[in-house]
Write a protein that binds this ligand. Structure first.
Ligand code: ZN
Length: 66
């Protein structure tokens, strides 16, 4: 796991990515259980969420301009 975080945007995004994926997974399972969408239809959302975090990590400044 990521123990190192210097506080810059990129490290923050990196630290948030894991929990965010778990939260997304939980929401998808909840939808599978209680909603109208099965996990079979919603799983690509995980790829989208992960892709967005990679894009944001690329855009935000890293390590205070280094
Ligand atoms: Zn950093």
């Amino acid at each position: 796991m990521a123990n190192y975080c210097c506080g810059c945007g990129r490290c923050t995004v990196g630290a948030v990515t894991g929990p965010l994926m778990l939260i997304t997974l939980g929401v998808l399972f909840a939808l599978d259980q209680f909603g109208r969408w099965g996990f079979r239809e919603t799983w690509p959302v995980l790829l989208i969420v992960y892709g967005v975090t990679r894009a944001v990590a690329y855009i935000v400044p890293a390590h205070n301009g280094r």
